[in-house]
Design a protein around this ligand. Sequence first.
Ligand SMILES: [Zn+2]
Length: 365
Amino acid sequence: MKKFLLILIPFILFAYKVDIQVWKRHYTFYQFLKDNNLPLSIYYNLNTKLKREVRHIPKGTIYFILKNNNKFKQALIPINSKNQLQVIKKQNKYITRIVPIIYDTIKRKVTITVNHYLSYDIYKETGSELLTRKLINIFSDKINFKKIPKHTIINIIYDEKTRFGKVKGIKILFASIQNRFYHYMAFLNPYDNRYYDQHAKSLKGMFLPAPLRYKRISSYFGMRFHPILHKWRMHDGIDYVNRIGTPIHAVADGKIIYKGWIKGYGRAVEIRHKDGYMTLYAHLHGWPRGIYVGKWVKQGQVIGYLGNSGLSTGPHLHFGVMHYGRWINPLKIKNSARITLWGKKRRKFLSYIQKFTKQNNIALK
Ligand SMILES: [Zn+2]
């Protein structure tokens, strides 16, 4: 909020008026320009990426218009979770630029004893549903969250990002889960944004066990009688069944090398990973904003939605893994080695958690 005021201060000194507006359902950037008597050239002069972003401003976005005697002077419109578009009128010219959105960040520490069930106990303590999902995501390779023993103690230290009193994001910095069977710790490494334990071992392998939450697997890797083509064919991936629209996650960090229609596979995404791996996600219903060829994605990032496009007998995801040009069985990579930090990266991480644990009174075991 403070920096936002700084941007506006030269105007506020002259007692200009700020209109706080909410981006309505189906409202368009085009309409916004029209409503404020702004030239369409503002849109046409944006670069391709910005054009795409201003066409997809989500409803409910809070934006500002600064006016003087009811005449447009400036607008600030958030276009994604990090940045906003600033439109400034100077004499008779319009200038656009990108400025960061300023959030209020509060650091929170909670200790929760699981008495009923995890999401309920966390919600009761913090009022957050997102926190449970993030926690499960961090430990999903280690812990079966369907069977959390009673009296398990959970400690979480996290940053809560808010804007105008609304929670806009949560970042878990540290979490521990302890009971008489196990005691796990996770630290967010600020240098690579991954979670590691106190021995600098990552909590997840290079690959997620599956790219989605699924109901069942309808077809495995190997020879099968093709349900549409009625021929024996090699099935070079795995078919996961769930509802249309189920989010599909990148199983590993990588770069998108294809996004579009592939004959038979329908709407698809291909991601190239390190060590000669490539993954394919097919029969998609669609893609979230910001997914395009050349984009780097993180493990777990949503890269599409489950669908029924292409040659498909029902809503499912066809997931393929290629290794140095050959399709391999995706189930065979699920227990890939965890990443352990070595050398300089390890030293930096360990000295970070030294400081962090001291500041927060966490005993390393
Ligand atoms: Zn398939």
